[in-house]
Write a protein that binds this ligand. Structure first.
Ligand SMILES: Nc1ncnc2c1ncn2[C@@H]1O[C@H](COP(=O)(O)OP(=O)(O)OP(=O)(O)O)[C@@H](O)[C@H]1O
Length: 357
């Protein structure tokens, strides 16, 4: 468990956070620009000396009222928006330089970690190059490998994809997923991109005005209708399941989540693979009866849980339960009224698009 409690007062901004975060998986710190995500990460790294508070990571106290472990002695890997690599060193030289500050007394473990990091980030063929000869995406992968090569107990990533174009992002995301699947250390991942959060995170912390507004498992937190941050067109949920069936003829996969199945486009995933799917609220419509004669593949029975406001007064958000899984629908208030939508009502939902992440 990571226990983080910090208070900072600056003119025009204050941070007041008191959170317990999971010691495994990826926790996304999500929020508007200026909400305090980077400041919180810097507090955890020991880079904000103004912070009073307490921080412990899996029982090790890094900061409390009597002690302060300086940044260079904290076993953290830090990945920034842009990897600042030493231009005069090769990629390997950069990785080794980073490793020198590793606290690991065990050199063999450190060596393994470097090899592991190189393999995980797929940069073996780049080791003798200098940073000037790397693409933006490659540089960022080297930056991530450098962060891992210090055998960290906590990985801090501050918008690692923000400086990259869409194609480079798509190139790096699979590596981030590998980190997620392979690493046993917790990752705190700052982002204001809902698609990245949906794809990578297990746990979501929503920040606003220096405070934590919501925190919890990704699926549950995304399904909250009272989030202070309106996700707009990105409002929706993610569901985790596995690939249960392949329809060769129509190039579709059936993803099973508990007792529910959804058809998605065949991405080449293997039967039995873990599958995370994203359903946007705008793609979910509601009806009293299952519709005949429609092009929509995914029609499911659901129960209305609650209704909430949307940003525009013509619209509302409806939280539904499909089995025990949350789904959100965005409909007009007029439709909600005509359908008489109310908590516990049984309805059918049609899902126009389901994305396999
Ligand atoms: N050293 C400082 N002194 C005073 N104010 C600061 C300092 N550092 C940051 N701030 C302010 O604190 C607020 C939070 O900044 P922070 O960088 O943590 O936000 P963020 O959520 O990470 O934003 P972004 O997504 O744009 O990176 C901002 O208003 C910023 O101007």
């Amino acid at each position: 468990m990571i226990y983080a409690s910090f208070r900072i007062e600056w003119p025009g901004f204050s941070l007041d956070v008191d959170e317990q975060l999971p010691a495994r998986g990826v926790t996304a710190l999500f929020g508007h620009s200026g909400s305090g995500k980077t400041t919180l990460l810097r507090c955890i790294a020991g880079l904000e000396h103004a912070a009073t508070g307490r921080l412990s990571v899996n029982g090790d106290v890094w900061q409390d009222s009597d002690s302060w472990v300086p940044t260079h002695r904290r076993p953290i890997g830090y990945v920034f928006q842009e990897a600042s690599l030493f231009a005069h060193l090769t990629v390997l030289g950069n990785l080794r330089y980073g490793q020198k500050r590793s606290r690991s007394a065990d050199r063999r473990a450190a060596q393994f970690s470097l090899e592991h990091a190189v393999e995980l980030l797929g940069i073996g063929h780049l080791l003798q190059r200098r940073p000037a000869a790397l693409s933006g995406g490659e540089r960022q992968r080297v930056g991530m490998a450098r962060a891992l090569a210090v055998t960290p107990k906590l990985l801090l990533m501050d918008e690692p994809l923000a400086a990259l174009d869409l194609a480079r992002k798509q190139e790096i995301l699979p590596y981030l997923e590998r980190l997620h699947d392979d690493l046993d250390i917790p990752v705190l991942y700052v982002s204001h991109a809902p698609d990245e959060v949906a794809r990578l995170a297990d746990h979501l912390v929503v920040m606003d005005g220096g405070r934590v507004q919501a925190s919890g498992a990704l699926n549950d937190t995304l399904a909250r209708l009272d989030l202070p941050i309106r996700l707009g067109e990105d409002a929706g949920v993610v569901l985790d399941g596995h690939v249960a069936e392949r329809d060769e003829r129509w190039h579709l996969l059936r993803v099973a989540c508990c007792n529910t199945s959804l058809w998605v486009r065949d991405t080449g995933a293997k039967l039995g693979d873990h599958a995370r799917i994203r359903i946007l609220a705008r793609d979910v419509s509601i009806a009293h009866e299952p519709k005949e004669g429609t092009s929509i593949l995914n029609t499911l029975p659901a129960q209305v849980v609650s209704l909430g406001d949307d940003a525009h007064p013509a619209l509302c958000l409806v939280r539904l339960a499909v089995d025990d899984k949350p789904v959100i629908s965005r409909v007009t208030r007029r439709s909600a009224d005509q359908l008489g939508l109310a908590p516990r009502q049984q309805v059918w939902i049609q899902i126009k698009a389901v994305a396999l992440l």
